[in-house]
Design a protein around this ligand. Structure first.
Ligand code: PXG
Length: 452
C-alpha cells in the first residue's frame, strides 16, 4: 500500500500476521486478539487501521510535543538522508551534531551547557549515571559509587535505570542482576494529605529529609548521585510537594552529591518552561532527556551536564587521550540531529516551550481536569503544566482493570489516553486547543459513567 492510500481518510487496512512480533510493555495475547493499530497521524490526531480519527491525549508517549506530521521536521530528515545517511561518532564529527548541541544548550538552565547524545531515555539515564561516576573519580573521589533513586521512580529499562527506578513490576524479575550500590528515597505521594491538589501539593516537602537518613547510613563519601523525576510520570503522575526539590538540592549541596533530574517527560515545554528545572527554579547538575528533544521523529536522547562536570572529566585525562569511555554507534545520528535542529527551531518559532504558561493553556487544563472531581470512580486528580493524572478507585482484586476499560472506551470514542495501574495519564501535544481539552475531559466523563 502506498503512502497516499495509507493516509486516505476512509482507508481500511487488512491486518498483517501478528505472531512474529514480541510487543514491548504490551499484553501480547490480549492485543493480538483485538488489535489497535495506528496508521497515520497529523496535528492532534491519529488515524486508526479501521479508519477512525483519534485525538492524541498522550502526545504519542509524552513525546510528540509539536503535534504530528510537522512538515519542517520530516523535510529536514528527508534532506539529511539524501545528503549523508550516517557518520561515525567516535573521533569523527558532522556539523549538525554541534548545531543541535548549540541549540539545546541555548534553552538549558544555568550552566548545563554540555550535551551528550544518546538514542533513548534509558540510554540517557545510563549515561548520566556513568558521568556521575566519572566525575567523582576524576576529582579523586572515586569511593562515591552509590546511587540514590526513589520509590515509584521510572528511569527507563536499562539495568542502571531499573536499579535506581522504583517500579516493582519492572524490577522484580530482574532483581538478582540489579546494580548493587543503590538505595531509594520514599516516594512523595500521600492521598490523605494531597488528594485533589491543584498543581504542587502543599504537604510533603519534609519527605526530602529522608536523604539525611540515607547519608547517615552510607556516609556521604560513598554517594555519587541522587536521581529523581521532577514530576513522576509513568508511575501515575506524582507532582512534587512544594519545596521538596529545593530541599533535595540543598541536602545534595551539603554533602557534595550530584543531583540528576530525569526530564525525559518534563523536558521541552511540558510544564510551560523549557525544562522542569526552570519551572521549579531548582538547578540540578545533570538533566536526562529524550522523546520531545526532536519531537520523537527519530530516536534520540540528550544528557545535559554542567560545564564544570565536563571540564573536570575532560581535563583529568592526558592530552590526546579519550576522556570518557562511553558512547553509542548512533550518538548524534545525522537523521536524529536533523530532526532535533528542525524541532528546536519550530519550538522556538512557535513559542511552544512556554505556550502552556503564556497562553493560559495550563490553567485551562487544570480547571477542565478538576471538573472531573464528581465523575464516577474518580479517587484523585493530579496535574501540573500539561500533564494530568486521574486515579480511579480500583476494583477489589483487579488493580488496573478499570483503567484499562476506560482506556479502551476512550479509544473507541476517539480519544487516546494512557493508563498505569488505575491511573489515567494525560499529556497531549503542546499545540492543543481549548476545545480539544474539553473533548478529552467530556469523553472521559462519559466513559467513566459507562464502565463498571
Ligand atoms: N525516564 C523517564 C522519566 C521516562 O518517562 C524513560 C526514562 C525511558 O525512556 P525510553 O526512551 O528509553 O523509553 C522514560 C520513558 C508511560 C511510559 O506509560 C513512559 C515512558 C516509557 C514507556 C511508558 O508513561 N517514559
Amino acid at each position: 500500500m502506498d503512502q497516499a492510500e495509507l493516509q486516505r481518510p476512509d482507508a481500511r487496512h487488512a491486518l498483517p500476521s501478528m505472531d512474529q512480533l514480541w510487543m514491548p510493555f504490551t499484553a501480547n495475547r490480549q492485543f493480538k486478539a483485538a488489535p489497535r493499530l495506528l496508521v497515520s497521524a497529523q496535528g492532534m490526531y491519529y488515524r486508526t487501521h479501521d479508519g477512525r480519527e483519534v485525538l492524541d491525549g498522550t502526545a504519542g508517549l509524552w513525546c510528540v510535543n509539536a503535534g504530528h506530521g510537522r512538515a519542517e521536521i520530516s523535510a529536514a530528515i528527508a534532506r539529511q538522508a539524501q545528503e549523508m545517511d550516517y557518520a561515525p561518532p567516535f573521533q569523527m564529527g558532522h556539523p549538525l551534531q554541534f548545531e543541535a548541541a548549540n541549540l539545546l544548550a541555548g534553552i538549558a538552565p544555568a550552566d548545563l551547557n554540555k550535551v551528550f547524545f544518546t538514542n533513548s531515555g534509558s540510554e540517557s539515564v545510563d549515561s548520566a549515571l556513568k558521568i556521575a561516576l566519572a566525575y567523582h573519580r576524576a576529582r579523586g573521589d572515586g569511593t562515591r559509587t552509590l546511587f540514590i533513586g526513589r520509590e515509584r521512580g521510572y528511569h527507563g529499562v536499562g539495568f542502571g535505570g531499573i536499579s535506581v527506578g522504583g517500579m516493582v513490576a519492572n524490577r522484580k524479575v530482574f532483581r538478582g542482576a540489579l546494580l548493587p550500590n543503590v538505595d531509594h528515597l520514599p516516594h512523595t505521594y500521600n492521598a490523605e494529605h494531597q488528594a485533589f491538589s491543584r498543581g504542587e501539593p502543599t504537604w510533603g516537602a519534609h519527605l526530602a529529609d529522608d536523604l539525611e537518613r540515607i547519608v547517615a547510613l552510607h556516609d556521604a563519601s560513598n554517594i555519587a548521585a541522587v536521581i529523581v523525576e521532577p514530576v513522576a510520570g509513568s508511575t501515575g503522575v506524582l507532582v512534587p510537594p512544594k519545596g521538596y526539590l529545593e530541599r533535595l538540592r540543598s541536602i545534595c549541596d551539603k554533602y557534595g552529591i550530584l543531583l540528576i533530574f530525569d526530564e525525559v517527560i518534563t523536558g521541552y515545554g511540558r510544564l510551560g518552561t523549557p525544562f522542569a528545572a526552570q519551572y521549579f527554579k531548582v538547578t540540578p547538575d545533570i538533566i536526562t532527556t529524550a522523546k520531545a528533544v526532536n519531537n520523537a521523529a527519530v530516536p534520540l536522547g540528550a544528557v545535559f551536564v554542567r560545564n564544570g562536570i565536563y571540564d573536570t572529566v575532560v581535563n583529568a585525562s592526558p592530552e590526546g587521550a579519550v576522556e570518557f569511555f562511553h558512547g553509542y554507534t548512533y550518538s548524534g545520528h545525522p537523521l536524529a540531529m536533523a530532526a532535533a535542529v528542525a524541532a528546536q527551531t519550530l519550538y522556538k518559532r512557535d513559542n511552544l516551550l512556554t505556550r502552556v504558561a503564556d497562553e493560559g493553556i495550563g490553567a485551562y487544563w487544570q480547571d477542565a481536569l478538576h471538573a472531573l472531581s464528581d465523575a464516577r470512580h474518580v479517587k484523585d486528580l493530579r496535574n501540573i503544566g500539561l500533564i494530568g493524572g486521574i486515579e480511579l478507585e480500583s476494583r477489589p482484586g483487579a488493580v488496573g482493570k478499570r483503567a484499562f476499560e476506560a482506556f479502551l472506551g476512550c479509544y473507541e470514542r476517539g480519544v487516546l489516553v494512557r493508563y498505569t495501574g488505575d491511573t489515567i495519564a494525560l499529556s497531549p501535544p503542546l499545540i492543543i486547543e481549548r476545545g480539544q481539552i474539553d473533548q478529552i475531559m467530556s469523553t472521559l466523563r462519559d466513559v467513566l459513567r459507562t464502565i463498571a
